[in-house]
Design a protein around this ligand. Structure first.
Ligand code: SAJ
Length: 402
């Protein structure tokens, strides 16, 4: 047998770690990415994203010859589709990358092959792709094994969670589920839970929507507490002393490419039925707008009180603590809003996890706190925890870091 066992389409945040994991198991993986730069980087044993432990895994897999990258697929026995599913205007899911990845392997498929989608997808996508495949290759109808198996790893802890998290696996029929379970059993130590494709698709969307709804509850409490003059952090800590209450933490909004996106995949298809899910998205988006408004009010109040314009330190741009990822970041959105509202004030923008940024001029965090009149904490980075902030500063702490 000359061809690799697995073709992995998409070598991003999930595809590359998964390819490396499979390759570590001495299974040959042919990784495909449309970006030739990414392909070159990986083939040189390096990585194009930041994720602990991933560099070692990729370097080893490439060196031993188990992982190879290219811009086009080759024949294999198992095809994994791990490409982005962004949303279009009006928050509608865009499955065009899944579609084009599927079309790219159509000519390679043969009876008995396993085709798995891991990309977060709207309900019915796997069946849609099955129809597309059998329409183009009718002689294969019923001969392939087709399944959906979403990833559920936390950025920053991917290499551990990939192996240890439980997985939900849903085939378009029983045999497909069996084959997909047998495939993942080789690499995954967590339990593999069987279901059908639609339930597995929905399960992924529900996991992230559930977290979004819970964070929205915390953010809603933060708005109420601000008006009611109650410390929301203390309130939540006390309420969580109840054995059956577990409220999450409010923040400056919800970001990242998963929790702030996936709920829309349900809302777009079932708008009448997904009231809480849709409202949670609105509340979490509104929280970022509210934070920017709070900063604006603090600026005006400072000027009235002191007779001169304040300088402002914006502490954090990432979408959550201790990472360098600014995608869908509420902190970045707030920083942009603050700068749009600027009226000749001095701004110090801080992001300790990034050295330089093409739009924002970054300042060291200690220097920013020393120089600014108003300190706005947006992300609870470890550097900001319990920092000494002089008493004469105005502090807006939206993430309970100080
Ligand atoms: N956040 C809060 N308050 C909290 C917890 C989080 O405001 O109490 C905010 C964070 O600051 C951030 C956002 O929520 O802006 C999302 O962060 P996160 O750490 O909750 O999750 P992600 O987006 O990094 O990863 C999620 C995970 N899903 C769940 O926890 C249900 C992960 O397991 C998924 O694999 C990932 O989405 C994904 O790829 O879908």
């Amino acid at each position: 047998m000359d061809h690799p066992e697995v073709v992995m389409i998409g070598l991003g945040y999930i595809g590359l770690p998964t390819a490396a994991l499979i390759a570590q198991n001495q299974t040959r993986v042919h990784g495909v990415d449309i970006n030739p730069k990414v392909v070159d980087i990986i083939n040189s044993g390096k990585i194009h994203i930041i994720e602990p432990e991933l560099d070692k895994a990729v370097a080893e897999a490439v060196e031993k010859g188990y992982l190879k990258a290219a811009t086009t697929p080759v024949e294999a026995n198992t095809y994994l589709i791990v490409v982005p599913t962004p949303f279009k205007e009006k928050n509608e899911p865009d499955i065009s990358f899944v579609e084009s990845a599927t079309k790219a392997i159509l000519h390679l498929l043969k009876p008995g092959d396993l085709y798995i989608i891991e990309s977060t997808s709207p309900i019915g996508t796997t069946e849609k792709m099955m129809d597309l495949i059998y329409l183009e290759r009718p002689e294969l109808d019923g001969e392939l094994h087709i399944a959906y198996c979403p990833e559920r790893v936390l950025p920053g802890n991917v290499m551990y969670e990939l192996v240890h998290n439980d997985r939900v696996i849903g085939g378009v029929d029983e045999v497909s589920t069996d084959k997909a379970v047998a495939f993942y059993t080789q690499f995954i130590q967590g339990d593999l839970h069987r279901t059908n494709a639609r339930t597995a698709e929905m399960c992924k969307l529900v996991e992230n929507s559930s977290r979004d709804v819970q964070i929205a509850f915390a953010n809603e409490l933060s708005l109420i507490c601000d008006k009611a003059d109650i410390n929301v952090w203390e309130l939540i800590e006390l309420a969580n002393k109840h054995p059956r209450v577990n409220i999450l933490q409010p923040g400056c909004g919800v970001g990242g490419h998963c929790i702030a996106v996936d709920p829309y995949f349900i809302v777009a298809d079932y708008p009448m039925e997904s009231k809480i899910i849709g409202t949670a998205r609105e509340i979490n988006n509104y929280k970022s707008f509210w934070c920017a408004e709070k900063v604006q009010s603090a600026k005006l109040e400072f000027e009235l009180r002191n007779g001169h314009k304040p300088s402002i330190a914006i502490m954090g741009l990432a979408f959550k603590p201790n990472i360098d990822d600014l995608r869908e970041s509420p902190a970045k959105y707030i920083a942009q809003k603050i700068l749009q509202n600027a009226n000749n004030e001095e701004h110090y923008i801080v992001e300790p996890n990034i050295e330089t940024h093409k739009v924002f001029k970054l300042t060291d965090y200690k220097e920013a706190v020393k120089k600014a009149d108003i300190i706005v904490f947006l992300v609870a980075h470890k550097e900001f925890k319990d920092m000494e902030v002089p008493k004469n500063k105005v502090v807006l702490d939206f993430c309970n870091v100080n």
